[in-house]
Design a protein around this ligand. Structure first.
Ligand code: DOR
Length: 427
């Protein structure tokens, strides 16, 4: 018989079944043993004034290991994830070497085993993410990989993408696309528009993303493949996905926190912390992404957590690599900036991405007896100031430094263990 180890006391429970109050007792087998009023256990985790929800799930995390451990390791990225309320993250494959074989998949999963977050990995669609030859998708799928992407770049070759879709359908895996037509985007360092003209920085037009969204919707129709669009950033992309879903297509997409909070005007500082791919867009695009999150066109919030060393980000705008941190600010940004009910925000951070990744057996599920205790406890009203220096990531490239946010994670439980306790990462 599992023994109770701790009780989360005095919180408001929010999950896909609704909202209620109650204490949650967790057992030494990592499961939820009981949910109800006035429960006791040897250790008490205070959830007064807090929401208790299923842990968050990020479908888009760059962990940099193997290859760029000076920017992030699986361990440091997972610590940032725990601090942000995440209990499951999906590693992107643009490491060195790329995650494009069973050997590298095994290495990443092994490195993630002791991390304070459930680390899953995606696999590359093409060998070396070079866009020329299909990667051994079946071999990686055998190890449990369910999400394939060349993220960091899109698959340019239409014929190869069609083949990947046919192959993926047979294996019942999801193909995720970083939508960017290289021929259109090449040489652009920010969104092409009024601000790129004013600043004299080469731009990439919204159409560079939209052409690939359009192409892949057509290919998915042709092949019947289940596709997912990563980090959609333009009004046109959101409109195309909405129309495709209205027409009955089974496809999903994500939006990042930066694409619903920042615009291309930020680049006027010439600070490369605002350089990201796809680039920050216009206020109209931000409004469209917010509308897409509100009406269900966009299935989940992703971080696209992309750590880069200070040396890399201190280069001139057109030389610095794209990407920004996201794991530790996602909840605060969503609660502060989105005009959505709390339950909607938690759905977008937790059970929707959990279903999308197929990890709902362990993550994102209802807070009931018998489920795994992968949980997040956050104060939706606590105000705090983002401080790059106190982040758990090995890198510092947050575009939100100094920003006031409302909503902060207090505790995160991974398989019943508090890996974040009163704001301190403990593993
Ligand atoms: O801004 C980005 N950074 N976009 C990507 O697609 C890749 C990522 C990275 O790996 O740094």
């Amino acid at each position: 018989m599992p023994q109770p180890t701790l009780v989360i006391k005095g919180g408001r429970l929010v999950d896909a079944t609704g909202v209620r109050s109650g204490d949650v007792v967790v057992g030494d087998d990592g499961s939820i043993l009981a949910v109800g009023p006035d429960l006791d256990a040897p250790e008490v985790l205070d959830a007064g004034g807090c929401v208790v929800s299923p842990g968050f799930v990020d479908v888009h995390t760059h962990l940099r290991e193997p290859g760029k451990e000076e920017a992030e390791t699986i361990e440091t990225g997972a610590r940032g994830a725990a601090a942000g309320g995440y209990t499951c993250i999906l590693a992107m494959p643009n490491t060195t070497p790329a995650i494009d074989s069973a050997a590298v998949v095994r290495e990443v999963l092994e490195l993630g085993r002791s991390a304070p977050c459930d680390v899953r990995t995606s696999g590359a669609i093409t060998v070396g993410r070079a866009g020329e030859q299909l990667a051994p998708i079946a071999e990686m799928a055998k190890l449990g990989v369910r999400f394939f992407t060349d993220d960091g770049t899109g698959v340019q070759d239409t014929r190869l993408m069609r083949r990947a879709m046919e192959y993926a359908s047979a294996l019942d895996v999801v193909l995720a696309q970083h939508c960017e037509d290289d021929a259109m985007a090449g040489g652009g360092h920010m969104h092409e528009g009024e601000w790129s003209s004013r600043l004299g920085i080469a731009g990439q037009p919204a159409e560079a993303e939209e052409l690939m969204v359009m192409r892949d919707i057509a290919l998915a129709r042709l092949t019947g493949a289940r596709i997912h669009f990563q980090h959609l950033s333009t009004e046109g992309s959101v409109a195309m996905v909405r129309a495709a879903k209205d027409g009955g297509m089974d496809l999903t997409c994500e939006a990042t926190t930066h694409h619903f909070t920042l615009t291309d005007e930020c680049c006027a500082t010439y600070d490369a912390v605002f350089k990201v791919n796809p680039p920050l867009r216009t206020a109209d695009d931000v409004a469209a992404v917010r509308a897409g999150l509100a009406d269900g066109t966009i299935d989940c919030i992703a971080t696209d957590h992309a750590p880069h060393t200070p040396d890399a980000k201190e280069q001139p705008f057109d030389e610095a690599p794209p990407g920004m941190l996201g794991l530790e600010t996602a909840l605060g940004l969503a609660l502060t900036e989105l005009d959505l009910d709390l339950e909607e925000v938690v759905a977008l951070l937790s059970w929707r991405p959990a279903q999308l990744l197929g990890v709902e057996d362990r993550h994102g599920g209802p807070i009931i007896e018998g489920r795994r205790a992968n949980l997040c406890v956050f104060d939706p009203e606590e105000e705090w100031t983002v401080d790059a220096d106190t982040m758990h990531s090995r890198s510092r490239n947050t575009p939100y430094a100094g920003r006031r946010l409302r909503g902060r994670v207090r505790h995160t439980l991974l398989e019943g263990e508090p890996v974040l306790r009163s704001g301190e990462v403990t593993r």
